[in-house]
Design a protein. Structure first.
Length: 128
């Protein structure tokens, strides 16, 4: 239960940060052309999870609660793309290049298909 509260608290702040930062970027640029707010948030999240992964690897004394709050909570609420980026990077770092590329392709295809299928279901349901 303690870990759930730690992750939830981090997610709360991560989600608010994503909403704010994405809005700032979208107000500065035209979001109808390309979603720069989302791209920027994903970039920041991936960059930060990379920094944290390096810090955690070289500092084994960092508590599991701190890791959970910062990665699964804060950055997970900020962008799940950071988790995808890190997991793909970790596969490559372990020499599992085929699995890393499979993860990229499968994630992209499954997610785009899921959005399409969900959209079809949503538009069909609303037409009833």
């Amino acid at each position: 239960m303690r870990e759930l509260i730690i992750v939830g608290t981090g997610s709360f702040f991560g989600g608010m940060s994503r909403f704010y930062l994405s809005g700032v970027v979208n107000r500065a640029f035209d979001p109808t052309k390309i979603p720069l707010g989302t791209i920027f948030v994903n970039f920041v999240g991936c960059f930060l999870i990379g920094i944290l992964a390096g810090l955690f690897e070289n500092n084994p004394s960092i508590s599991n609660e701190t890791k959970l709050f910062l990665t699964t909570g804060l950055l997970g609420g900020f962008t799940t793309f950071s988790a995808f980026g890190y997991e793909t990077f970790a596969l490559g770092k372990q020499g599992n290049y085929e699995l890393a590329l499979t993860n990229v392709a499968l994630s992209l295809l499954v997610c785009l298909f899921s959005v399409w299928a969900g959209f079809k279901i949503g538009t069909y349901s609303s037409a009833l």
